[in-house]
Ligand binder design. Structure first.
Ligand SMILES: C[S@@+](CC[C@H](N)C(=O)[O-])C[C@H]1O[C@@H](n2cnc3c(N)ncnc32)[C@H](O)[C@@H]1O
Length: 413
């Protein structure tokens, strides 16, 4: 308390302790008011003289946290919440950033760049909920920058040992924030390793035998949205091939809304390594808009013609490879022969993995080869002729929830 209270005098008036409202939690507030009267300095700069009204709860103590903040706090802490006294007993200390302090800016420069992030093995997490989810899942924090001590006190104290705690101005956090509404807390964590993470019990209970493979997905908003859908559907894991945007990039984290700590994500994989991360009997299905195939006449007799689309000729995007091969005299027949099936035909009898192609080039040759070698196929979501393709995140969501529906129907629940 001593650190928070200083004595000031105004003219000839007696000296009164000045209490900074934002530094107080309810218990300390009561204690401060017992020494009443006190001057309370509010964040707005307003100074109000306050006395403790015997028998009445100090109004500001309750008001310090608005009902929304209290709800948020409860969500973050869970039922066994951290009591403020525990913080005091913990002996944890924090530093205040001094004018011209470069600690925040130098760390931010590092974690906002993918090469640095990868080299240093650090990531940036922003916001109270995301940080709390990360801690619950076992992510390891290294530094917290925060503008209000309450944000740190909400976190489980046992996870803060050995972590640098640095109080900075809200404006500084705002300058570096990726959020529309900056939340006043940022954490630098060691890059999470999916093997060492503990995913939420409810999530594990709802996991489906469906994996998702992102193939050269470049847009952070799309990837974040896909991760969120994957977590929502109960996908067992998400694999990202080399060429995808980094799953730990701030914009992906923002769009993911916590999915990073609900579903295992395996980043930066070579195609040869993909099967090692799938159950042995997995069939790989490639989501393919078949946009580069011609629409054929309805009289063709295979399944896909029911939907007005068939694979009538080799995809134009692969012609380039074929011609190169012809010049060099290599085999002409290496393009996988894969059945096109409608997304709502049954594809979940065996564990399945769905490949979603990137925004520009669609699915890769490697994905088609893997689908062929595992006995999978192409999944087509029929769209109105003339519409080329769906957004990758939309296609992924439709397919994952269709897979979930099929499994539910089969299990009779
Ligand atoms: C925007 S699309 C790719 C468009 C790309 N220009 C192409 O021609 O393949 C991104 C990915 O979403 C999936 N997708 C989009 N529309 C689809 C559809 N109608 N059926 C199945 N998958 C689809 C595919 O995996 C596709 O590669």
């Amino acid at each position: 308390m001593a650190a928070l209270v200083k004595r000031v005098g105004l003219g000839t008036r007696p000296l009164l302790p000045v209490v900074q409202a934002w530094d107080l939690d309810a218990r300390r507030w009561v204690r401060a008011l017992r020494r009443s009267p006190v001057k309370v300095l509010f964040p707005s700069g307003e100074v109000v003289e306050r006395k403790l009204d015997p028998g009445k709860q100090p109004r500001k103590a309750a008001a310090e946290a608005s009902p929304r903040e209290q709800r948020q706090k409860q969500q973050i802490q869970g039922p066994a919440s951290q009591t403020p006294s525990t913080w005091e007993e913990s002996g944890l200390r924090y530093d205040k950033a001094f004018p011209g302090d470069k600690r925040l800016s130098s760390v931010m420069t590092i974690v906002k760049s993918r090469p640095f992030r990868e080299k240093q093995g650090k990531i940036l997490l922003e916001g109270r909920r995301l940080i709390a989810d990360a801690l619950k899942a076992g992510a390891v924090p290294q530094i917290f920058f925060f503008s209000r001590l309450e944000y740190i006190k909400e976190l489980p104290i046992e996870k803060l040992k050995g972590v640098s705690l640095i109080k900075v101005k809200f404006e500084d956090i705002k300058d570096w924030s990726d959020l529309v509404t900056p939340q006043g807390i940022m954490g630098i964590f060691a890059k999470p390793d999916h093997v060492k993470m503990t995913y939420p019990e409810t999530q594990l209970r709802h996991t489906l035998p469906i994996s998702l493979i992102c193939d050269n997905l470049r847009d952070p908003g799309n990837l974040g949205t896909i991760l969120r859908s994957a977590a929502g559907a109960g996908c067992s894991k998400v694999l990202l091939t080399k060429g995808c945007v980094d799953a730990w990039e701030p914009k992906v984290l923002r769009a993911g809304m916590g999915a990073h700590f609900q579903v295992p994500i395996i980043n930066n994989l070579d195609w040869e390594a993909v099967p090692d991360h799938l159950p042995t009997d997995t069939r790989v299905y490639v989501a393919d808009n078949c946009g580069l195939y011609v629409q054929a006449q309805a009289q063709r007799s295979n399944k896909a013609s029911d939907y007005g689309w068939v694979r009538d000729q080799r995809p134009l995007k692969f012609h380039e490879y074929e011609e190169e091969d012809l010049e060099s005299g290599a085999s002409q027949c290496w393009l996988p022969e894969l059945e096109v099936q409608s997304y709502d035909s049954d594809w979940t009898e065996a564990p399945a993995a769905v490949v979603i192609g990137g925004e520009t080039h669609g699915v890769s040759l490697e994905s088609l080869q893997l689908a062929e070698s595992t006995g999978g196929g192409r999944l087509l979501i029929p769209v109105v002729p003339g519409v080329d393709s769906l957004n990758s995140a939309m296609a992924a969501s439709i397919l994952l929830f269709e897979g979930k529906r099929q499994l539910r129907v089969r299990d009779g629940c």
